[in-house]
Design a protein around this ligand. Structure first.
Ligand SMILES: Cc1cc2nc3c(=O)[nH]c(=O)nc-3n(C[C@H](O)[C@H](O)[C@H](O)COP(=O)(O)OP(=O)(O)OC[C@H]3O[C@@H](n4cnc5c(N)ncnc54)[C@H](O)[C@@H]3O)c2cc1C
Ligand code: FES
Ligand code: FES
Length: 466
């Protein structure tokens, strides 16, 4: 039995846990304000909010694309569609800002924008860059975006009046209807008896599986690992960071302690998909999908991460991530095995980290080429270095030979140029829709030098690079 609150309605359903939330909302509940655009997570027309009860008894809302959401992943949650935001007396503040700024034309995308922006209003920290990012997964074919941007500015000017606002404050300012105050109690009641079947294909966020195989899962039960508390935690133990495989990109971003070690984390991860997809996409899914350009794989390879793999018999093995990728979409995992967590040593004071990604569009696009570097310098020597590169080989590539060449050498323009010759031999890019092999060779060259120029501008001079 799957149980959740859809707007105001308490839902109890026996449909297969792999069924798509979007279809349930539109076909079973006839809430057709949630639109179907791409069914691939790209357009945001199907955006709904998913609210989970937190340990303080409050509800944390996040925007998700319902076209990629297995219904079981909203078990015990509050799902809010555009209909669930309507007030009895006129427009909400977000709807009004859209109207006043002429930020809607045909209106097809508008419910998705309103839901995403309301999800942002329900957030704690408000900023103009944050609110724009909240609609990074919503596409409009008509407005040209300027009018939508103006609407976000109007909304922000109200929200900044009281940062860290309460639900009551949002109700008074007409962001959400009054029934939102009743939701924590209702979710609490469901939580008390929460139990869900875990069988079938393992699904993290579904943002890879459901893009190509959603129909297959319509009639099936799935094993939703991200709902398992044991697998989605993030914590630091001494100098080791442990990230559960079910943690999402947003969970990593929200883990504030990591920002002390990676001050640019937000800039790196903003390049990964969109707000909605980041709210769903898990670490385990990114690694197992084994795309040669998987951003998290590239990020974690450069941290010399290890992954902890469990089997059904209670067995466990730990391997380096760099040994996990065997060939194109071929990985070191057996039937019944599951990635439990990824671990890495936190950077020390003499360590420097950088991540770069080039894609056709800055946001909501997968990489043509991506790369990360983690380097430690002692007495001007490269003490240790881990370099990764995506889009230049059949797998997310750890640049083993380039790293071996550089280790122990003086950090100089001359040495990194020599190492670039090694790198060129290590990569095997192919031409595809993301670019020709020659273009990818050029991109990885730029990203490789870019790491050094960005991290060591006083030592590595761009004009010395031939
Ligand atoms: C619109 C859009 C934009 C995207 N943009 C990017 C991008 O910019 N960068 C990027 O890297 N990716 C991107 N992706 C791809 C995708 O979001 C990521 O790869 C994501 O991390 C996959 O995680 P998931 O939890 O959704 O995977 P799922 O689809 O749930 O699962 C993927 C595979 O992993 C298996 N699996 C999941 N977890 C485990 C586990 N713990 N143990 C064993 N097997 C497991 C599943 O069985 C499945 O085979 C994008 C996807 C979409 C739809
Ligand atoms: S329908 Fe386009 S993101 Fe879901
Ligand atoms: S108003 Fe037509 S798609 Fe946005």
């Amino acid at each position: 039995m799957i149980e959740f609150i859809l707007n105001k309605e308490h839902i109890k359903t026996e449909i297969p846990s792999g069924s798509i939330l979007l279809d349930f909302i539109r076909q079973k509940k006839h809430l057709t304000g949630t639109k179907i655009g791409c069914r691939e997570g790209d357009c945001g027309a199907c955006t709904v909010l998913s609210g989970s009860l937190n340990t303080e008894g409050k509800v944390d809302y996040k925007a998700i694309t319902s076209c990629l959401t297995p219904i079981a992943s909203v078990h015990g949650k509050h799902v809010v569609t555009i209909e669930g935001l309507n007030l009895t007396d006129g427009l909400t503040t977000v709807q009004n800002a859209i109207k006043e700024n002429n930020a809607t034309q045909c209106g097809f995308c508008t419910p998705g924008f309103v839901v995403s922006l309301t999800g942002y209003a329900l957030n704690k920290n408000i900023s103009i860059t944050g609110i724009k990012d909240s609609i990074s997964g919503n596409i409009c074919r008509c407005t040209g975006y300027k009018s939508i941007e103006k609407a976000t500015e109007d909304i922000t000017s109200i929200l900044v009046e009281k940062n860290n606002h309460s639900t009551k404050w949002l109700i008074e300012r007409k962001f959400v209807p009054e029934y939102f105050t009743e939701i924590p109690g209702k979710l609490f009641d469901i939580k008390a008896k929460m139990k869900i079947n875990s069988k079938g294909t393992i699904v993290g966020g579904g943002t890879d599986l459901y893009v190509t195989r959603a129909n297959k899962f319509q009639e099936l039960d799935v094993d939703l690992i991200s709902e398992n508390d044991n697998i989605n935690k993030i914590f630091i133990n001494k100098n080791t960071c442990i990230i559960g495989a079910g943690a999402t990109v947003s969970d990593i971003l929200n883990f504030t302690r990591l920002h002390d070690y990676f001050p640019e984390l937000e800039n790196y991860f903003k390049l990964i998909s969109s707000k909605q997809i980041r709210n769903m996409a898990t670490v385990g899914g990114n690694l197992v999908n084994a795309s040669p350009i998987a951003d998290l794989a590239i990020f974690f390879l450069a941290l010399n991460s290890k992954i902890n793999i469990n089997d059904k018999q209670g067995g466990n093995r730990i391997i380096f991530l760099k040994d996990f990728f065997k060939g194109y979409k071929s990985i070191d995992i057996n039937d019944g095995e599951i990635i439990q967590e990824i671990t890495f040593e936190l950077p020390e004071d003499d360590q420097y980290f950088n991540f770069e990604k080039v894609s056709k569009r800055t946001h909501l696009d997968i990489a043509s080429v991506n790369s990360a570097m983690n380097i430690s310098i002692k007495k001007k020597l490269i003490n240790d270095i881990y370099l990764s590169a995506g889009g230049v080989s059949p797998i997310p590539l750890f640049l083993k030979n380039t790293c071996s060449f550089l280790k122990g050498k003086v950090l100089s323009s001359e040495n990194i140029q020599k190492a670039h010759c090694v790198l060129k031999e290590e990569i095997t890019p192919i031409s595809d829709v993301r670019g020709s092999k020659g273009y990818k060779r050029l991109l990885i060259r730029q990203l490789y030098y870019g790491h050094f120029i960005k991290l060591f501008p006083d030592i590595i001079n761009i004009y010395d690079i031939k």
